[in-house]
Design a protein around this ligand. Structure first.
Ligand code: NAD
Ligand code: UDP
Length: 330
């Protein structure tokens, strides 16, 4: 298939482009480089030894988007482009709703105009709110605690309404849990700008001495050791999940959790990182971070049954590969 990948130079998008190309598909990447670097395109081409058409375009620009659709005979779109920093979304709700929701409408409209019926959308476990774990796809969506989460829930509703209105559409909504790790080559991975919010890049920067210690946000949750539990999933597994979703996509609306189904606490993650890389990570227990859940992990049976996909890599592999990327970066 020929797949338009929006946000294809970002963390998950770049790994997914590699996986698509390695599975024999072709990709066209569009990214405005607001949270990525053009060098990632060279790295993806270096890994796959393929040439990739790239457009530095903002996907909220309707004319530019239509022009890309008119130039390529696309079979499918995977829509990753969007802003993703939870804290920033609280400070800049207009920018978040504009970028994340308008982009989806514009891409969906171009799909209608150019008869592209396969659509894969990047959603997030955040749409489950504080439902009871493990999260199952059939659960009602609960309010999220920030505009970022709301944009994901709104986009899901918009796309579901669009798919209901046109039975020819094949829609796959993928709810990611916590992506971690990097490509085995160490060439691509997660490179957040400034001080990372997410724990894995934060730990990596403690490991390389850029940051002094990890602040553990609370040790009084009702979890195995009192620290927050998350379902970390290797970005390579996540990328493979997109290929599986695309290759198994039929008409109608399909929603899948992409996680491992395993909850890992902050202290377990720190220990796994120390064991995998033989580096001590100093920690300090501090107050809970507002808005954090105690536990968040997936029921992954639906993706396994319907897509024949399941995660292969464990937390130690994620810690090893995250550090392998981070240490190559400097
Ligand atoms: P990322 O920031 O690394 O990648 C997003 C890419 O989209 C970036 O390269 C950015 O430059 C581009 N982009 C943003 N707005 C754009 C626009 N208007 N036009 C063109 N390009 C634009 O993020 P990621 O971690 O790869 O996440 C990809 C998607 O998955 C996002 O939609 C995100 O919300 C979702 N998601 C991420 C996580 C996570 O923890 N990383 C979890 C759940 C869902
Ligand atoms: N966390 C932490 N210190 C940090 C960053 C995160 O203790 O500097 C914890 C956080 O409270 C949560 C887990 O690590 O329990 C994962 O947080 P992250 O921000 O990576 O993902 P999300 O909150 O989106 O699940």
């Amino acid at each position: 298939m020929k797949v338009l990948v929006t946000g294809g130079l970002g963390y998950i998008g770049s790994h997914t482009c590699v996986a698509l190309l390695e599975a024999g598909h072709t990709v066209v990447i569009v990214d405005n480089l607001s949270n990525s670097k053009i060098d990632t395109l060279n790295k993806v081409m270096q890994i796959t030894k393929k040439n990739i058409p790239f457009y530095k375009v903002d996907v909220t620009d309707v004319l530019a988007v239509n022009s890309i659709f008119s130039k390529h005979d696309l079979d499918a779109v995977i829509h990753f482009a969007g802003f993703k920093a939870v804290g920033e979304s609280v400070e800049k709700p207009i920018e978040y709703y504009h970028n994340n929701v308008v982009s989806t409408l514009i891409i969906a409209e171009a799909c209608r105009k150019y008869n592209v019926h396969r659509f894969v959308f990047s959603s997030s476990a955040t749409v489950y709110g504080d439902n009871k774990v493990p999260f199952v796809e059939t659960m009602d969506l609960l309010p999220t605690t920030n505009p970022y989460g709301e944009t994901k829930a709104i986009n899901e509703r918009i796309l579901i309404d669009i798919a209901k209105a046109n039975p020819a559409i094949s829609l796959s909504i993928l709810r990611y849990f916590n992506p971690a790790g990097a490509h085995k080559s160490g060439l691509i991975g997660e490179s957040p700008v400034g001080i990372p919010n997410n724990i894995m890049p934060y730990i990596s920067q403690v490991a390389n001495g850029k940051l002094e210690k990890l602040r553990v946000f609370g040790n009084d949750y009702n979890t195995v050791d009192g620290t927050g539990v998350r379902d970390y999933i290797h970005v390579i597994d996540l990328a493979a999940g997109h290929v599986a979703a695309l290759e198994n996509l039929n008409e109608g609306i399909h929603i899948y959790n992409l996680g491992t189904g395993q909850g890992v606490s902050v202290l377990e993650l720190v220990k796994a990182f120390e064991d995998a890389n033989n580096i001590k990570i100093p920690i300090e227990i501090v107050e809970r971070r507002p808005g954090d859940l105690a536990s968040c992990y997936a029921d992954v049976s639906k993706a396994k049954q319907e897509l024949g996909w399941e995660a292969k890599y464990d937390i130690v592999a994620m810690c090893h590969d995250s550090w392998n990327f981070e240490k190559n970066r400097f």
